[in-house]
Ligand binder design. Sequence first.
Ligand code: AP5
Length: 209
Amino acid sequence: MKLIFLGPPGAGKGTLAVKAVDLVKVPHISTGVIFRSAIAAQSPLGLKVKAIIDGGRLVDDETTIELVKERLVQTDAQKGYILDGFPRTIGQAEALAGFSAVDKVANFDIPDSGVLERLSGRQVCRKCGANYHIVFNKPVKEGVCNSCGGEVYVREDDREEAIRKRLEVYREQTAPLIEFYRKKGLLIDVDARPGVEEVVNNFKKALGL
Ligand code: AP5
């Protein structure tokens, strides 16, 4: 199954994707994770995108499309994928249609107040990328990842100013994809407001699982 997870920053796409992998048995491909790994490795890609991402803006379409195109030809993606955070512009969606036919687009529906609550409390493991939240999902030991023992930190783009910018960018450039995919008959709406287990159930129902 070829799935796209669409929604505002902090809607819970990455959190659900980790759970959905077990349900649909396809790899989770997050452009945000790929970019953050490149930044951590200080690779040429990482050096190019660091300031853009920290400021809450989008990486250019050409770079992002090429990255996804290269990832989707890998063996594990032949049976399908969950694309989390891509496409994010109409240009990216049109390019994707040229090299892969998606089955469904899950639209994570959540108001700005929910997004702000989730992003302003998010913490992430520097080593394995596991997600935490200072209220909803605290690590057992403060600052230490439950899974791998790595350092748990606050993402640069989860600072107030960058959150504001990401929401603005989402409204201008990504939200139009909702109608783009609805018109194609691919969109399924997922109520992303409740707790994680309920969102998993909403997703299963929306997908008919
Ligand atoms: P990316 O990493 O994709 O960021 P994002 O879309 O802003 O999404 P987030 O990772 O912030 O949120 P999420 O929806 O995954 O929520 P999460 O599960 O973490 O991209 C980062 C940057 O990379 C972009 O800004 C851009 O610069 C660049 N980029 C990436 N893709 C690009 C593209 N295609 N084109 C151009 N540039 C691109 O959850 C958030 C918090 O809430 C966590 O603390 C979690 O524990 C908690 N939580 C989650 N679900 C629930 C729940 N149901 N109840 C309570 N708490 C919850």
